[in-house]
Design a binder for this molecule. Structure first.
Ligand code: VTB
Ligand code: MG
Ligand code: MG
Length: 330
C-alpha cells in the first residue's frame, strides 16, 4: 500500500464525520448514519484504489450499510480490503453525547478476518502487556498477568468496560477485587485504543460489543503494538435467551459456518489481522477521550483525526479547518 494513501483515508473519515455531525442531537440514528455512509462511499470512490469493503455494519444496529463485498474506488491502483464503521456511536451522535467517531482500517487484500455482524467478546491491552493474555483463561487470571507485566498492583489497574446491563455483575466483581473500572456507555473501538495510548490511564478493555468493530479494533491494536483476543458470540448467549434471539443467534452461527469461522472459540490478534501493513483513520464526531469532536461556526468546521500506519507505527493527529462552502464536487 502506498504511504501517501494514508492522508487520503484521513480525508475519507473527515468527510464522513462532518456529514454525520450534521445530524448531531436530532434524535435520529439512521439519518446520521446514512449521511456518514454516503459521504464515506463517495469519498472512497474518488480515490485511486481497487477497494473492497470486507467489514461493514448493519444487522446489529440495523443501519444503512456500506455492505460487505461492495467495491469502492476508481478501479485503478492498489488492491485493498477496507473495514469501516461510518459512525461508531450512532446513539451518541443522535443524542448529542460524547465519544462518537468515524473509523476505518485499510489493509492489503486478505489482511482482515471476514466476520459476520454479530456479537464479540473482546480483551484488549497495550504494548506493555503484549503476549500475556489468553481468553481461554478466566478474566481475573488475565488481569493479574497484565498487572504483573505492567509492574503494578491490581489496585492500580484500570479496566474499561462497556456499561451495559450484561456487564453489570462483572463491573461489581471488578470493584470488589479492588480494580479501577472505567465504565463507558458506548464505543468500544475508542476504549480499546486508549489501552495503547501513553497519555491515557486505561490498561485493559474487556467486554462484549460488535464483531465488525472488533476487527477494526484488532487492526489498530496490531498497528499500535498492543494485544487483543476475541470470541464471536451468538445473540442468544449475549442478550436474553428468548425465541427471537435464539432464531437470530442460530442464523449467525450458520453464517459463521458458511464463512468458515467458528463462534465461541478464541481468536488471536494475528487470526484477526494477518498483516501489519495497515492504515487506520478515525475522526471524532463528538468530543471524547480519544479525539475532539467536530465544531462548526458558519461555513467553517474543525475536525481532529487520528491517523496510524502499522508499518512504521507512526501516530498522527491531524487538526483541520474545513471551508464548507468550498467542498469539492465528487
Ligand atoms: C454497542 C456499542 C459498541 O457494540 O455496545 C454495540 O456501544 C453493541 O451492543 O461500541 P448493544 O447491542 O448491547 O448496544 C459496539 O457498537 C461496538 O462494539
Ligand atoms: Mg456504526
Ligand atoms: Mg458501531
Amino acid at each position: 500500500m502506498k504511504r501517501e494513501l494514508a492522508l487520503e483515508f484521513a480525508r475519507v473519515t473527515e468527510a464522513a464525520a462532518l456529514a454525520g455531525h450534521h445530524w448531531l442531537g436530532r434524535g435520529d440514528k439512521n439519518l446520521a448514519d446514512g449521511a456518514a455512509v454516503n459521504a464515506m462511499r463517495s469519498t472512497l470512490n474518488s480515490l485511486d484504489i481497487r477497494g473492497q469493503i470486507v467489514i461493514g455494519e448493519g444487522e446489529i444496529d440495523e443501519a444503512p450499510m456500506l455492505y460487505i463485498g461492495e467495491q469502492v474506488g476508481s478501479g485503478h491502483g492498489d488492491e485493498v480490503d477496507i473495514a469501516v464503521d461510518p459512525i461508531e456511536g450512532t446513539r451518541m451522535t443522535a443524542m448529542g453525547q460524547s465519544n462518537a467517531l468515524t473509523v476505518m482500517a485499510i489493509g492489503n487484500k486478505g489482511a482482515f478476518l471476514h466476520a459476520p455482524d454479530m456479537y464479540m467478546e473482546k480483551l484488549v491491552t497495550g504494548p506493555g502487556a503484549k503476549g500475556c493474555i489468553d481468553l481461554d483463561l478466566p478474566l481475573d487470571v488475565n488481569l493479574a498477568r497484565i498487572a504483573h507485566a505492567l509492574q503494578k498492583p491490581l489496585s492500580e489497574l484500570t479496566v474499561a468496560v462497556l456499561a451495559k446491563p450484561r456487564h453489570q455483575e462483572l463491573i461489581g466483581e471488578l470493584h470488589q477485587a479492588g480494580l479501577r473500572v472505567y465504565a463507558f456507555p458506548d464505543g468500544d473501538v475508542a476504549a480499546s485504543i486508549l489501552t495503547c495510548m501513553p497519555d491515557q490511564a486505561v490498561d485493559v478493555m474487556y467486554g462484549i460489543g460488535g464483531a465488525p468493530e472488533g476487527v477494526i479494533s484488532a487492526a489498530v491494536i496490531s498497528a499500535l503494538g498492543g494485544d487483543m483476543q476475541a470470541r464471536l458470540l451468538p445473540r442468544h448467549h449475549v442478550k436474553e435467551d428468548n425465541e427471537e434471539n435464539r432464531l437470530a443467534g442460530e442464523k449467525e452461527l450458520s453464517r459463521c459456518a458458511s464463512m468458515g469461522i467458528e463462534a465461541n472459540r478464541k481468536l488471536t490478534l494475528s487470526q484477526m489481522v494477518h498483516d501489519d501493513d495497515v492504515i487506520f483513520a478515525a475522526t471524532g464526531i463528538t468530543d471524547g477521550d480519544l479525539l475532539k469532536g467536530i465544531t462548526r461556526k458558519g461555513n467553517m468546521a474543525t475536525s481532529e483525526t487520528l491517523l496510524i500506519r502499522g508499518k512504521s507505527g507512526t501516530v498522527r493527529r491531524i487538526q483541520s479547518i474545513h471551508r464548507l462552502d468550498r467542498q469539492p464536487q465528487r
